[in-house]
Design a protein around this ligand. Sequence first.
Ligand SMILES: [Zn+2]
Ligand SMILES: [Zn+2]
Length: 311
Amino acid sequence: MGTTLDVPIHSMPGSFKYVVDDVARLVTVFVNAYMVGRREGPWVLVDSGLPGFAPLVRHAAEKRFGRAHPPEAIILTHGHFDHAGSAAELARYWQTTVYCHPLELPFLTGRSDYPPQDPTVGGALGFLSRTFPHRGMDLGSRVRALPGDGAVPGLPDWRWIHTPGHTPGHISLFRDADRTLLAGDALATVDQDSAIAMMIQRPAFSVPPAPLTTDWDAAHSSVRHLASLRPFAVSAGHGRPVRGPGVAATLERFADAFMRPRRGRYVHQPARSDENGLVYLPPPVPDALPRQLILAGVVAATVLAVARRRR
Ligand SMILES: [Zn+2]
Ligand SMILES: [Zn+2]
């Protein structure tokens, strides 16, 4: 499902990986958050990492910007647990506002849960997704809708772009001046279907995290939209950032060849939601794994019993 990138990865030594010199990547286990802004100037945190990682994010921010320099805002590309997991704690600590798309608000104000994840899409992430939570969270009065004109609070040179599909209110951030794109989970820069690619973080444009993507037509349109921006640097929620003159053409090829999973609950019929949250779920697709595990258990027990009797 990925298109391998033929461009060098840009990174610099030190605690952070830099996408460009004022965009620093912070990794919490398998998901990226970004600190956007110059050391001396105002800055913004884009996504917040997994739950429980607020101290790590705070430590990195203090190292980069100093102790008395909280961010202007926390911007969430979407509300999944791996992106919004530490947002409540960080917003409380910094006394700052969290912004998201209006269609993402129900999942961040406790009004709605996300559609359940779909492990039947297969692949390494599909397997792991059985353990993922899909509950909405409640950031209370700290969370607010982004301004309707594409302006990003705290980042005057950037604009937000609605890139639904992975979630209904998913956004990406783009800076026209140097064509830097923060794509969230609208796409990935690692093939999450491959355990090996995930382990070595081999860079490749890839579909949004499949078990949590609930509208594949919209997801494809969003990738086309992002490719039309002809970005020079792309950083996503998962995978290493990529940059260089070949990125735009590689992303365009990926958008043209975009392949949704062959099967899965949301592949042919999307989940639907509105400003109050989830309104329609397609029926579940049978998950073969529990049956396969039971079968494997029965086979193993039989082999063991036969081996014992022969002794
Ligand atoms: Zn996500
Ligand atoms: Zn994610």
